[in-house]
Design a protein around this ligand. Structure first.
Ligand code: FE2
Ligand code: FE2
Length: 310
């Protein structure tokens, strides 16, 4: 799929670049032997071994943050020839309704299934962050550095959960899983605005709501190590949603669009999942959602509630 997208950064748009770094001019990469950051992200996205992908992603952050802006490949035209993302043969991907209902987390098998489901979310999250880096060209330098950070933190989350899964006698791939997260990446591959609206600001934000009850269940089951991992994930995910909000607003400003009405249009057009309360309003505020956006969200939820109860 071509990576050249129609909505390049507008020079007149607000520039949130860290440290005032300039936009790299398209085609400015000199053809050096070291691949650009965007090409490295695509290469890692193609890796099929989940643990190798996580380790390579963590190394890429260190290398990427030391790169000069010209080495990021911001103006490069890159296309993907392989099916994306690279993934291991297991877990088997099944329809969401075929994912087994979780057993009691008071049993080791039930707890393994829950930790596995979380690890699968984080594996997808690594892929989503890598995809944001390579797929969308002509964004400001800070966009790529933000998603580099997200990719690294998702790789950490995956590794922590995979290690914990091993202590329960299981490993990533042992349970079937669904592919809804990547399906949204596919649907929004042609527009960075839709991607920012519907992946970090919708799917990752849903994780902010889900984390406190999952953490409470794990702690109640006596799995304090897993609860501590959820604390790390929630802390980092607030930052990921904030990054989504930052670039969503920046793109809306670049295109002269209203963030609240545009989100409603995109959610309908791309059939985003309807979000259900209770919402983690403190985390959502910390991630930068404003009161108009939260009021819209709660209005949607109350409409959904009235439809499902009548
Ligand atoms: Fe994560
Ligand atoms: Fe995330």
């Amino acid at each position: 799929m071509p990576a050249n997208l129609p909505h390049a950064a507008s020079p007149g748009a607000p520039d949130p670049d860290r440290g005032g770094m300039p936009f790299a001019a398209p085609g400015s990469l000199s053809g050096a032997a070291v691949p650009s950051l965007r090409r490295q992200a695509l290469a890692i996205l193609c890796l099929s071994d989940a643990h190798e992908k996580a380790a390579a992603t963590r190394r890429m952050r260190l290398a990427g943050e030391a790169m000069a802006p010209e080495a990021l490949g911001i103006g490069e035209a890159i296309s993907d020839e392989l099916p994306l993302p690279g993934r291991p043969p297991l877990p088997e991907l099944v329809a969401p309704q075929r994912v087994e209902r979780r057993r009691s987390i008071h049993t080791p098998a039930g707890r393994s299934a829950l930790i596995h489901a979380l690890a699968h979310i984080e594996f997808n999250a690594i892929n989503l962050a890598l995809d944001a880096i390579w797929r969308f060209d002509a964004m400001p330098v800070a966009f790529y550095l933000d998603w580099l950070r997200v990719a690294d933190e998702e790789a950490l989350h995956f590794s922590l959960l995979a290690q914990h899964l091993a202590t329960l006698g299981a490993r990533y791939g042992d349970f079937p899983a669904h592919n809804s997260l990547w399906e949204m990446a596919d649907k929004t591959a042609g527009d960075v605005l839709a991607r920012m609206a519907l992946v970090p600001r919708t799917l990752e934000a849903r994780g902010l709501d889900a984390s406190p009850p999952v953490r409470a269940k794990l702690a109640a089951a006596g799995d304090h190590e897993a609860a501590a991992i959820i604390d790390i994930i929630l802390r980092d995910e607030v930052g990921h949603v904030a990054i989504g909000n930052r670039w969503y607003r920046w793109l809306c400003a670049s295109r002269g669009m209203d963030p609240v009405t545009t989100y409603a249009e995109l959610a309908a057009r791309y059939q985003a999942p309807r979000l259900r309360p209770p919402f983690n309003l403190a985390a959502r505020r910390a991630a930068g959602f404003d009161e108009d956006e939260l009021a819209w969200l709660e209005g949607q939820a109350s409409q959904l509630y009235s439809v499902t109860t009548t």
